[in-house]
Design a protein around this ligand. Structure first.
Ligand SMILES: [Zn+2]
Length: 275
């Protein structure tokens, strides 16, 4: 027994260092695996926590970056709206100056509304002047004056067509193209610089129920300001307006401004310059 034990011990002693080395390697491997597992566990934990937080934040709406983004977008819209409001305050739509030096902006847009002048014509004006124009027609009729609209809104193509037609007529009468063009442009504005393109101007004619020309234009000259309209190209203001006297062409500027222009006897260019 003792001998066997001794033998066994001596065998263990003989194999001892190799087994110890193996154990050390095994131990190191275990530590390494444990470390790797810890690392993986930590990494996965962090990632999962991040995902869970993002998803939760998205649904609860507390994600700071998302909220910030939405706030920024809202701010951007608010700025644009306030910019528009500021622009409208300093340069209101009813005071838009359109002449040879101030063409319509390329992105100009107008919302039109059909106007029935009771004389069978089909005309369109800026929807914002519609009610005042209607009031003016009713006011004139109460005074026994009947007029009609000869022309209101015209697009650029229609404007050019009017010029071409008049130039041709004058050339048929013997004028050269240049002479005819110059004569026409004294009374008809080129496309882009016509108030008719803005839907803010109306050319009036004599209505069927009216007997004399004078009464119509006298009435308009005297009363149109009450409804927000001005005689746009008055006599003795040709140098300022750049357009010859047109007793038929009225422009909407709003009641308050029309009253001031009428009382001071000035044209729109003068009003805007001293505003
Ligand atoms: Zn006109």
């Amino acid at each position: 027994m003792n001998t066997r034990l001794r033998q066994s011990n001596s065998h263990q002693e003989t194999l001892g260092p190799r087994c110890s080395k193996k154990r050390k390697v095994k131990k190191s491997a275990k530590i390494l695996v444990l470390l790797c597992a810890c690392f993986m566990f930590f990494f996965l934990g962090q990632t999962c926590a991040g995902i869970v937080q993002s998803v939760t934040s998205f649904f609860t709406g507390t994600e700071p970056s998302l909220t910030q983004k939405l706030t920024n977008i809202a701010d951007a819209f608010e700025e644009t709206e306030s910019e528009i409001a500021e622009k409208e305050k300093t340069n209101p739509w009813n005071l838009l100056l359109i002449n040879s030096s101030n063409p319509l902006p390329p992105d100009f847009q107008v919302k039109l509304k059909k106007f029935d002048d009771g004389e069978g014509g089909e005309h369109y004006v800026d929807e914002r002047i519609h009610s005042d124009l209607l009031e003016m027609f009713e006011g004139a009729q109460e005074d026994g004056v009947y007029f009609q609209i000869n022309s209101a809104y015209r697009n650029a193509k229609e404007q050019q067509h009017i010029i071409d037609k008049r130039v041709k007529k004058l050339m048929d009468q013997g004028f050269s193209y240049q002479e005819a063009q110059e004569m026409v442009l004294e009374v008809v504005a080129l496309p882009g610089i016509s108030e008719h393109e803005a839907g803010l101007a109306v050319d009036f004619g004599v209505g069927k129920g009216n007997k004399s020309w004078d009464s119509v234009y006298e009435w308009l000259k005297k009363n149109s300001y009450r409804y927000g309209f001005i005689l746009r190209y008055p006599q003795k203001k040709e140098e300022l307006t750049g357009v010859a006297y047109e007793h038929w062409h009225y422009r909407y500027v709003g009641k308050e401004v029309a009253k001031e222009i009428k009382e001071k006897g000035i044209c729109l260019e003068e009003y805007l310059e001293n505003r």
